[in-house]
Design a protein around this ligand. Structure first.
Ligand SMILES: O=P(O)(O)OC[C@H]1O[C@H](OP(=O)(O)OP(=O)(O)O)[C@H](O)[C@@H]1O
Ligand SMILES: Nc1nc2[nH]cnc2c(=O)[nH]1
Ligand SMILES: [Mg+2]
Length: 167
């Protein structure tokens, strides 16, 4: 079990729906230069949201999932691959993943990315956000945040009252 408490001075990086949508569009502009892709593989669950946006922008209708569980809120446990890519989509990628696009919301330590890459070594791996440890695993990303930053996604958060800076 890797505890996030090992990471000193955690900073918060809240992302709104609007910002996330814009960052996904920016990611797609970059991916459009690299494709075309036969299919998108979303790493669940966080990758489902950017995968839908990227698929819409690139006109891709074949979408599969690789289901990985590792974090229990902010603590990372052992990685569990709950579901791999379907035989049909694996065939499109010729067994090595060539021409397939893997999408996730972020790479942090890179453990999830490494596992998925081992399943499809020639696939293109894109994430919206990247931390330094995970960055070498992704082919395309949009925004880098420091390793001691926790990204708060809009599907995990809600608007709430903030006390004023000067009480
Ligand atoms: O680079 P790593 O340190 O492996 O972390 C990155 C992974 O962690 C989060 O998923 P999580 O396991 O929390 O599951 P979820 O997508 O279902 O929320 C995130 O969506 C990435 O998939
Ligand atoms: N929401 C969220 N999940 C993560 N999983 C690994 N790192 C992060 C992060 O910074 N934010
Ligand atoms: Mg995830």
């Amino acid at each position: 079990m890797i505890g996030r408490e090992n990471v000193a001075q955690e900073k918060a990086f809240p992302v709104s729906w609007d910002q996330f949508h814009r960052d996904c569009r920016a990611l797609t502009w970059r991916l459009n230069e690299v494709g075309p892709f036969y299919a998108i593989i979303a790493i669940t669950r966080g990758g489902l949201v950017p995968a839908a946006i990227v698929a819409r922008e690139l006109g891709i209708r074949v979408i599969d999932t690789v289901c990985i569980a590792s974090y229990d809120h902010t603590r990372q446990g052992d990685l569990k691959a709950l579901k791999g890519v379907s035989a049909e989509v694996a065939k499109l990628g010729g067994g090595s993943g060539k021409g397939l696009l893997i999408v996730d919301d972020l790479v942090d330590t890179g453990k999830t990315g490494r596992l998925v890459r081992s399943m499809m070594p020639d696939a293109h791996f894109a994430a919206v956000y990247a931390k330094p440890q995970g960055k070498p695993l992704v082919d395309t990303f949009i925004t880098e945040v420091s390793q001691d930053t926790w990204i708060h996604f809009p599907w995990d958060t809600a608007l709430s009252f903030q006390p004023p800076i000067r009480p």
